[in-house]
Design a protein around this ligand. Structure first.
Ligand code: ZN
Length: 45
């Protein structure tokens, strides 16, 4: 089995996904919201 580079390892980690629209999100350490910015802005109204 070939050694995996750390970069490849992190690429294969599942991305955070918005439960509202299913859109993949950038993982943000400061963000504790489950939804993406788009859905959050809709809820904010
Ligand atoms: Zn969303």
């Amino acid at each position: 089995m070939a050694m995996q580079s750390p970069v490849e390892f992190f690429k294969k980690l599942p991305k955070k996904r918005c439960p509202e629209c299913g859109q993949h999100m950038e993982e943000q350490a400061e963000s504790y919201f489950m939804e993406c910015e788009h859905c959050l802005s809709k809820k904010a109204e």
